[in-house]
Design a protein around this ligand. Structure first.
Ligand code: GAR
Length: 210
């Protein structure tokens, strides 16, 4: 099984979905480490309750972004992880860190990229009058939320939807999409080649419409 590290900043519900999926004997990856840049992240204790090593690398204790990332990278490398999953990791990464894990680091983002990179995606989707909203798993590149797309899932926007219930319904889609995408990457059926993600034909349907 491919060893995987998950980087979080908070609640860790996507991390939990990956941990649950990885319990399946057929899943090609195992979660061996969870790292948070925030010591108060609730996801740390959840990971520990599953017997997974979980460490906080408190960004406040480092004088620079580079020094903080170096510590994070060391923890990941010490764990033997070959794939890094960003799961609600809310700090920008330097090009150096991105290059270190090029083609091996993936992120989940709560919009149908390339629409709505950045924050506040649910509010922006509602304000734009979108009839579909969704989530994307992509390889991480230097461009924030701009890397090659591995898989996407869409949900309808319903009349009367609020930011909160749109977010909740999308989160359920995220929890299905992220394990699907990690499975593809860990089994070699999705890979980054230059600026593109190559996804094997029979898998290209993604998690589809949910
Ligand atoms: C998720 O909705 C994830 O897609 C989003 O933050 C939430 C984290 O929730 N990520 C981003 O916005 C990345 N820029 P979680 O901690 O419960 O997985």
């Amino acid at each position: 099984k491919t060893r995987v590290a998950v980087m979080i900043s908070g609640r860790g519900s996507n991390m939990s979905a990956l941990i649950e999926a990885a319990k399946d004997n057929d899943f090609p990856a195992e979660i061996v480490l969870v790292v948070s840049n925030k010591p108060a992240a609730a996801g740390l204790d959840i990971a520990r309750s599953h017997g997974i090593e979980a460490v906080a690398v408190d960004q406040k204790l480092f004088s620079s972004r580079e020094a903080h990332e170096e510590k994070v990278a060391e923890a990941i490398e010490a764990s033997g992880a070959r794939i890094v999953c960003l799961a609600g990791y809310m700090r920008l990464l330097t090009p150096r860190f991105v290059a270190r894990f090029a083609g091996r680091m993936i992120n989940i983002h709560p919009s149908l990229l390339p629409l709505f990179p950045g924050l506040d995606t649910h509010r922006r989707a509602l304000e734009a009058g979108m009839r579909l909203h969704g989530c994307t798993v992509h390889f991480v590149t230097e461009e924030m939320d701009g890397g090659p797309i591995i898989a996407q899932a869409a949900i309808p926007v319903r009349p009367g939807d609020t930011i909160a219930n749109l977010e909740n319904r999308l989160l359920a889609a995220e929890h299905r999409l992220y394990p699907h995408a990690l499975r593809l990457v860990a089994s070699g059926r999705a890979r980054m080649e230059g600026a593109r993600a190559i996804v094997d034909m029979e898998e290209a349907d993604g998690a589809g419409l949910l």
